[in-house]
Ligand binder design. Sequence first.
Ligand SMILES: C[S@@+](CC[C@H](N)C(=O)[O-])C[C@H]1O[C@@H](n2cnc3c(N)ncnc32)[C@H](O)[C@@H]1O
Length: 387
Amino acid sequence: MSNLPFPPPHSDAALHSQQLTSVIRQAIDQAGGAIPFADFMQHALYAPGLGYYSAGARKFGVGGDFVTAPEISPLFSQCLARQCQQIFTALPQGVIFELGAGSGIMAADLLKELANLNCLPSRYLILEVSAELQQRQQATLQAHVPQFCHLVHWLQSLPPQPLKGVILANEVLDALPVQRFCLEAQEVFEYYVSYDETQFIWQCLPTRNELLRTQVEQLRPILPIPYTSEIHLALPSWIQSIADCLETGLVLLIDYGFPSREYYHLQRHQGTLMCHYQHQAHTNPLILVGLQDITAHVNFTALADAAQTAGLHVAGYTTQANFLLACGLPALLSAYDYNDSHYLRLAQQAKMLILPSEMGELFKVMALTRNLEWPLLGFMRDERGRL
Ligand SMILES: C[S@@+](CC[C@H](N)C(=O)[O-])C[C@H]1O[C@@H](n2cnc3c(N)ncnc32)[C@H](O)[C@@H]1O
């Protein structure tokens, strides 16, 4: 790893990466010399005890690899709390179920704000694939909201009974493994991963995956040749499993991405794969195995289609900026004295959340409902027409 344009990982991290590298090499050997990139991404992020999300590296905040909206500012969760409040007014014994709770700060800030609004959920369930992050979430909640810790329960799998309430996932979908394809004049190619003496290497081969071939062929009329991008083939089964958890209520999915037309834009001909390591973003997922996050943007049109097939109603789609503004971000800020240094700090954070050049436009919020009929607070500037 000595030629990387990053500070070299310390010895524990390098050892960890070597162990994961051996596991992936074995999988490649067993598959006859190459595995689809989606399988590589699954191993790199989720291999038990070794993957980026299943092992113990620090991921969030200043000492980690990236920063998420709830880490930037409590204003994010305070706005989210107002959207939850609207649901809990109709479902007084409602539950919150959060997928991939990161450091736990969103859960802590949400519970604090929902208590202020006098509409705490009856339970706050968390499904977190990383054992280390579960521990961090417990510590965060204990430090910030010890009085509400009795409401919080960690699940090892999806809830067995469908619930009434709100299901939340902020920046979880972008970590779902994706198939990476290249459309050529005569053929759909897929990126597989193999290895040589020193490193993992790409192999771009005619795909053996019929579903991938069919879906990419459907894109042919709108794509230039050659065109490389990603497809989340696992999305329909993921969203079906989430839909099965909801009896009545709202699923809010927040992530970076675009509608299909923009996702497969002419200018985005190298796709959307992105890796994050110590606050540097780059596009090579085959290095720093197990030490870096690997993500792909979300195709919100595909998400909406999958949600409808799973029996959910697509009730809203908008930008993060529109959502936060509609949920009362300006009013939250104006509660502070303009001369207060705390106000200045929050105003700075609000800019990061809503400016188009920061997170405001790239990040989208999608609302999926079951048995809820009324317009949702956060989607007054609804952009479902763009999907
Ligand atoms: C990019 S982080 C976002 C964390 C947090 N939601 C936030 O906004 O700060 C992704 C989170 O999703 C978790 N995760 C990834 N895949 C998951 C899955 N299939 N089910 C549940 N959690 C998952 C990770 O362990 C991590 O906590």
